[in-house]
Design a protein around this ligand. Structure first.
Ligand code: DAH
Length: 348
């Protein structure tokens, strides 16, 4: 072999390496290629062997050619090894990937409290009827809770609500609202008719706990003020939301009643589902459960907020949310709402 022959041999081998190494399928194949291209029986070894027989001047040239060949082959091998290693790590990652999107087995998710569900459901019903939703503060002044609702100081009707007072301002000036009716005043003060608004929220009374009464409870208030609103509109609205909430088969009745802020006033009752109207301890033997009050807004209430009672008329209502749900789901004691017993809460 002369120098030219040695060069040809190495050039071909390098061409071979450039084609084979990047195509090697795995690390074992690369090892085999390394042996073939640089090992004892490789072209490089053959040229090394032949150097002794070359012209002395050609020997270092041939030696350098072998060195350059080796360096080029090792570089190709190294690049392919890195590639294969990365691919292997990637496929392992893929294999060992944990799918955390499935949320695990047997884990129960929490949900909204029943009272919140009732509230949202009723809001949806009323929004469907064209109402807006508004809220007011739980700590109120005497003006909003009583006075503006046609109950001046010492009005006997105030005793309908056993009130919890807050030590703020003058004596008995600030209180925990006993109903959601004060929000009516706030809504009317803030804008002009037409008003179609419901106002849900928490209320407080100095009541002793029994099956239907709790010192803390929730109401939803409704207020409509427009031109030419009649008692028929009130009765129709109550009918509509009772059906929407309790289902078609349910009967409700309005009975004449008294509230200072409405004239005429009515009480809204549904048949007691526990005894189906026969009388039991939940309905105190009457067969009916009172859910709330309603009526045509008293002219004095309009005057308190600067509306002209000759120009507009309206109706209002207020219902207890816990009681509504008691009647829909057959919950025999109001305290179960607040005991936080998960066995109860999880049923809804
Ligand atoms: N606020 C009354 C209560 O808590 C319920 C009520 C009665 C609200 C008549 C009204 C109404 O808006 O017109 O006992």
């Amino acid at each position: 072999m002369d120098l030219a022959g040695a060069r040809t041999l190495l050039d071909r081998a390098l061409d071979d390496a450039r084609a084979a190494i990047p195509a090697a399928a795995d690390l074992d194949a690369l090892d085999a290629l390394e042996r073939r291209l640089t090992g004892k029986r490789s072209p490089a070894a053959a040229v090394n062997e032949a150097i002794k027989g070359l012209e002395p001047a050609d020997r270092p040239v041939a030696g350098q050619a072998v060195g350059a060949y080796r360096a080029a082959v090792l570089e190709l091998l190294e690049a392919r090894r890195t590639e294969l290693a990365a691919a292997r790590a990637g496929s392992r990652l893929e294999q060992e990937r944990l799918d955390l999107t499935r949320g695990g087995r047997g884990r129960r998710r929490g949900h909204l409290h029943l009272v919140t569900q009732v509230r949202q459901e009723l809001e949806d019903v009323f929004v469907g009827l064209g109402f807006q939703v508004a809220e007011g503060p739980e700590v109120e002044t005497d003006w909003y809770n009583f006075e503006a609702l046609n109950m001046p100081a010492h009005h006997p009707a105030r005793s309908m609500w056993d009130t919890l007072y807050v030590r703020l301002g003058g004596p008995e000036e600030v209180l925990l609202r006993t109903h959601t009716s004060p929000v009516q005043i706030r809504v009317m003060e803030g804008r002009r008719p037409p008003i179609y608004t419901v106002m849900p929220g928490r209320c407080y009374r100095r009541d002793t706990l029994d099956a239907r009464h709790s010192p803390v409870f929730h109401q939803i208030e409704g207020l409509v003020v427009d031109r030419g609103i009649t008692f028929g509109d009130l009765a129709g609205t109550i009918e509509a939301f009772t059906r929407a909430y309790f289902g078609e088969g349910h009967t409700a009745r309005l009975r004449p009643s008294f509230f200072p802020f409405t004239e005429p006033s009515a009480e809204f009752e549904v048949t007691c589902i526990f005894c189906e109207g026969n009388g039991c301890s939940v309905c105190s033997g009457t067969g009916w459960i009172e859910l709330g009050g309603c009526g045509m807004v008293d002219p004095n209430v309009f005057l308190a907020v600067g509306y002209d009672p000759e120009e507009v008329s309206g109706f209002a209502f207020g219902f207890g949310l816990e009681r509504m749900a008691q009647m829909r789901y057959g919950i025999d004691h109001i305290k179960t709402y607040f005991e936080n017993d998960v066995r109860f809460l999880a049923q809804f």
